[in-house]
Structures are given as structure tokens and as C-alpha cells.
Design a protein around this ligand. Structure first.
Ligand SMILES: C[S@@+](CC[C@H](N)C(=O)[O-])C[C@H]1O[C@@H](n2cnc3c(N)ncnc32)[C@H](O)[C@@H]1O
Length: 319
């Protein structure tokens, strides 16, 4: 397969912006925590010389198989099948305590995952109600829809989908599944269309419930929380953290994380002396970056993307 064949399956979002954000140096050490189809990873590798290094992670075995085939002959690249919350263990596998000059998270699902009905992510195509990124591992969306209590379903739809019709949808699920469990994506999507409206133009009424189930099934917010902390610990001074998120729950978490570490511990605010452990550890690099109209016209997926960037400070230096 040629380089361009790999790229057609998933168009990387904000590519020049990510490369600028990571400030890629030819001999640097980088981590792409969400390989997908390697659009960003491939562009990072192109900037590396022989002693540069790139670690790629993905929890999806399909993505990892492609990465391994693509970079089999490239000793600069190491590929791990792992959730990104385990990034420190992956780094240690290469060299104990290994730190990075730049770490990228491009969150959510890839186009090949969304477009493959057998993965069950899409409410537009019929498939098994699955939604697991780590293909075949752990409970499926069907297990949740058919097994969770009504109260638990309401919590999931509210917390992870900000779905205002959560109680109505949960009630309908519990009533319907008593006669026949939900097995297919379209069964669920069509039922939601019957009981709930959407006030958002161009949005299918099942959008928020599908987002909520996906986040719940994959433990996405817990994963992100753990991974941001691990990434922060593994950045060298001046190392860059770049995170692209696609919905407000993730973006809020990233924004709050970066702001918290870019501020003095509030216990010491206003005091003349701030000890090193309480000083800011990150510097925010610009504001959130969004795709321009040219990119969103070319790649509608980029519409909701937000890139936030921060730089690790030398220990004890204020921003
Ligand atoms: C938006 S895609 C990344 C696309 C990639 N940047 C590219 O240009 O091809 C997100 C990828 O991250 C993976 N992913 C999501 N959450 C993950 C997690 N917690 N741990 C590891 N991989 C994860 C998904 O399986 C998916 O392949």
C-alpha cells in the first residue's frame, strides 16, 4: 500500500496546526496517542531524522494492524495496542522514564470506525449495537441498553449526551426491551426518532444518545482524565501537549486541565513567595484553534474540532 492509500480512509483534521503546535524537531521524541489511520503520525514521521522517534498508540486492533504494517521497516516508529491511559507503561517499554517533546491526542472515533456498520457506531447504518473501540473487549452498547436500569440510562444520556429527553428515551427503552432486547443500531435510532424530537437543525434525534453510549461503553472521560495526567508527567520542559476534541464534554475537561496547571496553586495566590511545587507547570499556547471554512468545506468532520495546546514549563518557573 502506498502512503496516500493509507491517508484516504481518514482525513486528519487541523494537520498544519497540529504540526505547528507540536513544534516538531527532527531529533525529537513524539507520541501520537490516537493513531487512527496515521494522518498526523505520518506527517510527524516525515519531519524526523534517523534518531527521531515516534510512539503510536491506539486501542483499536484494526488501527494498530495498519500502523504496524505501514511502519514495519521504520525503526523510528513503535506501535502499541493500548488505551492511552497506559501511555506511561508504553513509554517505559521503550526506555524506562522516557519523556516526550510532544504528545498528540486526536480524540473520538476515526472515519473507518464510523463508516464500518459492523462496529455499531453509526445511527445512519444498520449494524450490531456494539460501539467498542477496543474491538471485542468489554460490554457492548447493547449490553448497556438492555441491562442498565432506567435511572442509570437517564444518567448516561444526561451526563454524556446532555440529552434533554433522557427520561422519555430511557422509559421507552425499558418498555420496549421487555418484549425484545435491542440488538441493532437502527432499531434503537428509529425508536428514539419516534419518542424524541431534536431542536438542533441537521441533527438526527439519536445523535446525543449514540454519543452518550459511545462515551460510556469506552469509558472515554475516565480515559482522558488519566491520560492527560500521564501525558503531563511525561513531557520534557518546553514539551508540547496538543489535544483535539470533538464535543464540549471533552473540550471542557481539556480546557480545565490546562488552565489548572497553568495557574499558581490557589492556596498561594497573592502571596509574595510561591514554592516550586505550587507554581504553574504549563503555559497555554494561544487560544483554542478551530478549522477554517476551507477545511470544514473539504472535511465536515472538522466542523466540531477544537485544538488546545500547552507547553510544559521548567520546574519552578512561573509562566
Ligand atoms: C479521530 S481518530 C484519530 C485519527 C488520526 N489522528 C489520523 O489522522 O488518522 C481517534 C482514534 O483514537 C483511538 N482512541 C480513542 N480513544 C482511545 C483511547 N482511550 N486509547 C487509545 N486509543 C483511543 C480510536 O480508536 C481512533 O482510532
Amino acid at each position: 500500500m502506498s502512503g496516500s492509500d493509507w491517508a484516504v480512509e481518514h482525513t486528519p483534521v487541523l494537520l498544519p496546526e497540529v504540526l505547528a503546535a507540536l513544534n516538531v524537531r527532527a531529533s525529537g521524541v513524539y507520541l501520537d496517542a490516537t493513531y487512527g489511520r496515521g494522518g498526523h503520525a505520518g506527517a510527524i514521521v516525515e519531519k524526523l531524522v534517523a534518531d527521531g522517534r515516534l510512539l503510536c498508540l491506539d486501542r483499536d486492533p484494526v488501527a494498530v494492524a495498519e500502523a504496524r504494517a505501514r511502519f514495519a521497516a521504520d525503526s523510528r516508529v513503535s506501535v502499541f495496542l493500548a488505551p492511552f491511559s497506559a501511555l506511561a507503561a508504553c513509554a517505559d517499554h521503550i526506555s524506562p522514564g522516557l519523556k516526550f517533546d510532544g504528545i498528540l491526542f486526536d480524540l473520538g472515533v476515526s472515519s473507518p470506525q464510523l463508516d464500518d456498520p459492523s462496529r455499531g457506531f453509526s445511527f445512519m447504518q444498520d449494524g450490531p449495537l456494539d460501539m467498542r473501540m477496543s474491538k471485542g473487549v468489554g460490554p457492548t452498547a447493547a449490553d448497556v441498553v438492555n441491562g442498565a436500569s432506567e435511572a442509570e440510562l437517564i444518567r448516561i444520556f444526561r451526563e454524556f449526551g446532555e440529552e434533554r429527553f433522557a427520561p422519555r428515551i430511557a422509559r421507552a427503552i425499558v418498555a420496549d426491551r421487555a418484549s425484545k432486547p435491542f440488538e441493532r443500531t437502527l432499531e434503537l435510532a428509529e425508536m428514539i426518532s419516534r419518542v424524541a424530537r431534536t431542536r438542533e437543525r441537521h441533527k438526527h434525534p439519536a445523535t446525543r444518545v449514540f454519543q452518550a453510549l459511545r462515551i460510556h461503553v469506552n469509558g472515554e472521560l475516565d480515559e482522558l482524565e488519566a491520560a492527560l495526567n500521564a501525558a503531563f508527567e511525561r513531557l520534557v520542559p518546553q514539551g508540547r501537549l496538543a489535544v483535539i476534541s470533538f464535543h464540549s464534554l471533552e473540550d471542557r475537561m481539556v480546557k480545565q486541565f490546562m488552565r489548572r496547571h497553568a495557574s499558581t496553586d490557589p492556596v498561594y495566590a497573592g502571596l509574595p513567595f510561591v514554592p516550586a511545587h505550587a507554581a504553574p507547570k504549563l503555559r497555554l499556547v494561544g487560544k483554542a484553534i478551530q478549522a477554517d471554512s476551507e477545511e470544514t468545506a473539504r472535511n465536515p468532520r472538522a466542523r466540531s474540532a477544537r485544538l488546545r495546546v500547552a507547553e510544559r514549563l521548567n520546574e519552578g518557573l512561573a509562566a
